[in-house]
Design a protein around this ligand. Structure first.
Ligand code: UDX
Length: 443
């Protein structure tokens, strides 16, 4: 059992801290947000993440997990301190390191024994060297501090699963002893561990996210080509994915990627490269394709209707992906903004993310309490997030509720075979258009 402090009770910190407590360690999570700490101390998770709240409650009640706003209280007794604060983008795309440098100086002041400080936040190459300097500058006792880079690869919506069943754990350090301690800490998870130097570990995180974003933009480009050539992206993607060198994951065409990582990390990697006079046009294309893709459904709707002025549009799904309430960089934001700019009336529904979405969506957006209420009398509907509740719908619901059953599906939630049975006009991504409703009704 180790005494662990986690600095920053956001997504990564909370999941990591809870998981380490669950495998038998004594964990204290520290955050400056007193309201958040109060909620967490009562066993309430401020984020929606399947399985997290149950695990949080269990380990709180066992006394394995605690929460505090006091850096002194959290850090003093810890042997291993994880830095899991945010590194949000600045206006030029580069990572804002003020939170992590501030956390490092506060941690340094309160360290009371030989310690290992582990950076889990996504940080540009070279940052851990600076963190080590800050810790040394602020320490008040004659203690040894080692720094380890340990980037996080968990996905929102499956964060607990990913923590226990990830593909790899990357441990970057110039100190083999410190790397070994962190390796031992992770050993109960039985996940392959890769030990490397600090700079390579830092880059592995950015390179992985940039590569996955590239895969998505590539398949989205192929989807548009499929539409022009009369092919079907689902078939193309399946056929490509059967080649083990390509792999079948992250080949789902759609309304573009969002979230707190891919948009931020691709832009940050461009800046990291520029700082050493290297230009990566590939990533600029990846980002531009994604921007276009996020607006693609509205473009299709405009082509279909000519003008969207006065039309009632239903938006199904606001979070950037299912099983999360996170709407950061979600395509739904651009879609709602653009529809409202075109003069459409927008009503949105999301099973979980509606409260959080209100801060991001235009004030004109209306919110519905159910799928049916959202679709009621709508002229057109957009599916933006592939929540199971949408995938499990039948096209009957569009026919029953909407004024005109015209559906723009940004996640290819339904098979063309199924949709062919219904009098619905169905536009999806990278697949032939179905116009059963307009053909039958002479529209
Ligand atoms: C990502 C990385 O997967 C994770 O390893 C890293 O730690 C953080 O960033 P996350 O942002 O939670 O995780 O979500 P992810 O499941 O990767 O999806 C990102 C976006 O890509 C979503 O908007 C999703 O809808 C989209 N996506 C994903 C596609 O459009 N097509 C795909 O095939 C896969």
């Amino acid at each position: 059992m180790k005494n662990i402090a986690i600095v920053g009770a956001g997504y990564v910190g909370l999941v990591t801290g809870t998981a380490f407590a669950h495998i038998g360690n004594r964990v204290t999570c520290i955050d400056i947000d007193a309201d958040k700490i109060k909620l967490l101390s009562e066993g309430i998770s401020p984020i929606f993440e399947p399985g997290l709240e149950e695990m949080l409650k269990e380990n709180l009640s066992k006394g394995k997990l605690s929460f505090t706003t006091s850096m002194k209280e959290g850090v003093e007794s810890a042997e291993i301190i994880f830095l899991t604060v945010g590194t949000p983008p600045m206006s030029d795309g580069s990572a804002d390191l003020s939170f992590i440098f501030n956390a490092a100086s506060e941690v340094g002041k309160h360290l009371a024994r030989d310690s290992i400080v582990v950076t889990k936040s996504t940080v540009p190459v070279g940052t851990n060297e600076r963190i080590k300097e800050i810790l040394e500058d602020h320490k008040s006792k004659n203690i040894r501090i080692d720094v380890v880079s340990n980037p996080e690869f968990l996905r929102e919506g499956s964060a607990i699963h990913d923590t226990f069943h990830g593909d790899r754990i990357v441990i970057g350090s110039e100190n083999p002893r410190a790397a070994h301690v962190i390796e031992e800490l992770y050993s109960p998870f039985q996940i392959p561990i890769m030990k490397t130097d600090t700079r390579s570990a830092e880059l592995i995180k950015y390179a992985s996210n940039a590569f996955l974003a590239t895969k998505i933009s590539f398949i989205n480009e192929m989807a548009i080509l499929c539409e022009k050539l009369g092919a079907n992206i689902d078939e193309v993607s399946s056929g490509m994915g059967m080649d083990q060198r390509i792999g079948n994951q992250f080949l789902q065409a759609g309304a573009g990627y969002g979230g707190s990582c891919f948009p931020k990390d691709t832009r940050a990697l461009i800046r990291i490269a520029e700082n050493v006079n290297h230009h990566i046009p590939l990533l600029e294309f990846v980002i531009n394709i994604n921007n276009r893709q996020q607006e693609y459904l509205v473009k299709k709707a405009l082509e279909r209707f000519g003008s969207l002025k006065g039309k009632s549009a239903a938006i199904l799904g606001l979070s950037f992906k299912p099983n999360t309430d996170d709407v950061r960089e979600s395509p739904a934001i651009k879609i709602c903004q653009s529809l409202i700019e075109q003069g459409a009336y927008v009503t949105a529904f999301d099973p979980i993310a509606m409260e959080k979405a209100k801060a991001y969506l235009p004030k004109e957006t209306k919110y519905a309490c159910s799928i049916e209420e959202c679709l009621q009398d709508a002229d057109l509907a957009f599916i933006v997030t592939d929540w199971n509740v949408f995938k499990e719908m039948t096209a009957e619901t569009f026919i029953k509720c909407m004024k005109h059953p015209i559906v723009f599906d940004g996640r290819n939630c339904f098979s063309l075979e199924a949709m062919r049975q219904y009098e619905v006009d169905y536009y999806s991504i990278g697949r032939p258009i179905l116009q059963n409703w307009s053909t039958k009704n002479g529209k």
